[in-house]
Design a binder for this molecule. Structure first.
Ligand SMILES: [Zn+2]
Length: 340
């Protein structure tokens, strides 16, 4: 397999040029410039970044998961965390390779709870009425190969009792799974935090009391942004939670109305509006990768999931959504630069 270099780009946070050597699907070397005579793609004026991870998607909502995954990859997204899908569809996530998919499977919810009475009627929710059922449901999700258990708490529908939510979170942690929650209102965020969740799947939309903000921050909980999907309603909460110490992860709720596969320019603009600098936005993307269980970095031996974006993106983060070149597992998905 011939080695091919991407040369002359800047890596985020560094002034100096960087050159990265790809061999097959992997990064094999990082240097300041390629060796003389090496086959290289000239990328000056561009930033070289790891491809994105989206920490909140619903692949199964798209009619054609394969087409959805290809659109994600072409758009610069190499990995996703699927936070809600029916059990029978989960095995086909594997067929979406090279898209890396971590998942939660069906949401655990109260009888007739969200989302079983709305968009998620068709297997997106697993209803649990007792602590024992909670533990069984978690075992079932774990057996699917899930990385996460997701609890659904939505005030428009019946919600889990505190003791049942806690049993589900305990059982998930006992099995080494992380716990995410759909909770938008302060009372339900409170319930979720008391249950011991690790991740808020959305920036909450209802104003949170300061004591709760401080507690979420002190616990260093992760908050997946999904600002665009909720019309920017969570901006103030996200700002306050982050100031208090919560960790922001980039996520779009792809599959929700108004979303489309790829990097979401509006999500990036809203993150900037919530006070995240360009570097903080890249950190949020890295946190999304960690939630999905991948490194999400440019390093020797890592899979070559790379983007080039114009340097102007530093001043205008929405430009991250328009990469000029995308490589996924070493294959050029978009733009110039195959070096062939
Ligand atoms: Zn969602």
């Amino acid at each position: 397999m011939p080695v091919f270099w991407i040369a002359g780009a800047r890596s985020a946070g560094q002034q100096a040029d960087v050159a990265v050597a790809l061999e097959g699907s992997r990064i094999v070397e990082i240097a300041s410039r390629p060796p003389r005579g090496a086959r290289a793609f000239e990328a000056s004026g561009q930033l070289l970044l790891p491809a994105f991870t989206d920490a909140h998607v619903h692949l199964a909502i798209a009619g054609d998961m394969r087409a959805e995954s290809e659109a994600l990859l072409r758009g610069g997204v190499a990995a996703v965390l699927d936070l809600g899908a029916p059990e029978p569809l989960v095995p086909s996530f594997r067929d979406l390779d090279p898209l890396q998919v971590a998942f939660a499977g069906p949401l655990l919810t109260a009888p007739r709870g969200y989302p079983t009475q709305s968009w998620g009627a068709n297997g997106y929710g697993l209803e649990i009425a007792t602590e024992e059922e909670a533990r069984h449901a978690v075992a079932r999700v774990a057996a699917l190969g899930a990385r996460f258990v997701k609890l659904a708490l939505d005030a428009r529908f019946p919600v889990l009792d505190a003791s049942i939510a806690r049993a589900a979170a305990d059982e998930a942690h006992r099995r080494g799974l992380l716990v995410a929650v759909h909770a938008l209102d302060p009372e339900l965020v409170r319930l979720a935090v008391d249950a011991g969740v690790d991740v808020l799947a959305h920036a909450p939309t209802g104003a949170l009391p300061d004591a709760l903000v401080q507690e979420i921050g002190a616990r260093r909980l992760r908050v997946i942004s999904t600002l665009h999907a909720y019309g920017g309603e969570g901006i103030e909460n996200l700002r306050l939670l982050r100031e208090a110490g919560a960790i922001v992860a980039y996520g779009t709720d792809l599959g929700n109305e108004g979303t489309s596969p790829g990097i979401d320019a509006e999500e990036l603009s809203l993150l900037a509006a919530a006070g995240l600098s360009f570097d903080a936005i890249l950190e949020a993307v890295h946190e999304a990768a960690l939630l999905a269980g991948i490194e999400g970095t440019i390093a020797p031996d890592a899979r070559a999931d790379l983007l080039l974006v114009p340097e102007e993106a530093i001043a205008q983060p929405a430009l991250l959504a328009r990469p000029t070149s995308v490589w996924i597992a070493g294959a050029l998905m978009r733009g110039a630069g195959s070096g062939a």
